[in-house]
Design a protein around this ligand. Structure first.
Ligand SMILES: Cc1cc2nc3c(=O)[nH]c(=O)nc-3n(C[C@H](O)[C@H](O)[C@H](O)COP(=O)(O)O)c2cc1C
Length: 153
């Protein structure tokens, strides 16, 4: 059976969706099948039975990310999806994204989710991600999903 990579993510202005589309093309050339859910487009929650990775861009309400500006806006639907039916138990890690202009707040929401749900913070990329991010993260997810599946077996 072909190797599968399952991705749960949210994309509001399209950057993360573009990243997932390019990652899917990259995997297609390797014979890896991608199943992805953009919570923005498919808000109806379902129980996720196979291991998956989460990708979350940061949307925070200003501040410096240290003393203030911690409040997540626009993306809480993803947190509800992870909590639904214990889905987060099958999440082997989260990838953060954002804009480095936000300095300390760069990709902060994904770091908050890693603490909240207890899964690893794997890495991050900026905006749509570079071609190097696609290959780097593509390889990382193959390794991490394999390790998680072996742990569960
Ligand atoms: C209202 C708003 C708040 C944002 N806050 C942050 C932030 O705190 N940290 C960060 O790294 N990026 C922040 N961003 C940038 C987004 O995370 C970035 O543009 C991301 O690529 C959006 O992903 P999407 O196009 O898939 O929705 C913010 C963007 C908006 C519009």
């Amino acid at each position: 059976m072909a190797k599968e990579i399952n991705i749960l993510y949210i994309s509001l202005s399209g950057n993360t969706r573009d990243f997932v589309r390019r990652l899917t093309d990259y995997y297609q050339d390797l014979g890896v099948v991608v199943n992805s859910i953009n919570v923005r487009e498919k808000p109806d929650r379902q129980k996720l039975t196979a291991p998956f990775v989460t990708i979350l861009p940061a949307f925070l309400n200003g501040g410096n990310g240290r003393d203030n500006g911690y409040s997540e806006i626009l993306s809480p639907a993803l947190g509800h999806y992870l909590a639904y039916e214990g889905n987060y138990h099958r999440c082997y890690g989260i990838i953060g994204s954002g804009n480095r202009n936000f300095n300390r707040q760069f990709a902060l929401t994904a770091k908050q989710y890693a603490k909240r749900f207890g899964f690893p913070y794997l890495t991050d990329f900026e905006l749509r991600g570079s071609d190097n991010d696609i290959t780097r993260i593509g390889q990382l997810l193959l390794e991490r999903s394999q390790a998680f599946e072996e742990e569960q077996a």
